[in-house]
Write a protein of this length. Structure first.
Length: 165
């Protein structure tokens, strides 16, 4: 779905013009989280639906500087667009801004709503995380929960920090 959004969001690229285009998706997974294969499949399915290809990359270390290097390498390969999760704008922002400066359309997803536009991304696919955290807390209270604990398995991930505040 995200790759489809990328394919159809670029002003000079429409559904019919997507055939043969190449997009690169880079996420902050370490390859063990069951969430990300679903995202990857959605991206691949969307790309196939518009006749494009999708390359999916991540660094098993989970290191943000390694992820920034993946973004830089993707930009150097001159894809038709880059789709990237943005858990740490300070670490990934310069690589995203450089890709945008090189004329590569970038869409952020999952994490990074607050920083996406200022880095030059075309759009962000995700949710306002503070609102999501508030809604989850409200629902828990409606179910009778009187004390809660918000766990954050990725302390660097601004989306998860926002969800817990």
């Amino acid at each position: 779905m995200v790759a489809g959004a990328a394919a159809m969001t670029v002003p000079t690229v429409g559904y019919a013009g997507s055939h043969g285009e190449r997009y690169v998706m880079i996420t902050h997974t370490q390859g063990t989280d069951p969430f990300w294969p679903v995202v990857e499949k959605g991206g691949r399915d969307a790309a196939a639906a518009v006749g494009a290809t999708l390359e999916y990359n991540f660094d098993v270390s989970g290191d943000m500087s390694a992820m920034a290097k993946l973004i830089e390498a993707a930009a150097a390969s001159q894809p038709d667009g880059i789709i990237v999760s943005l858990p740490d704008a300070a670490a990934l922002g310069p690589a995203i801004q450089a890709a945008v400066a090189d004329g590569i359309p970038v869409i952020t997803m999952n994490s990074g709503l607050e920083s996406s536009a200022e880095l030059g991304a075309l759009m962000h696919v995700g949710q306002p995380e503070r609102d999501a955290g508030f809604a989850a807390g409200k629902r828990a209270m409606e179910e009778g929960v009187t004390k809660g604990l918000c766990l954050n398995q990725e302390a660097f991930n601004t989306a998860l920090v926002d969800r817990c505040t």
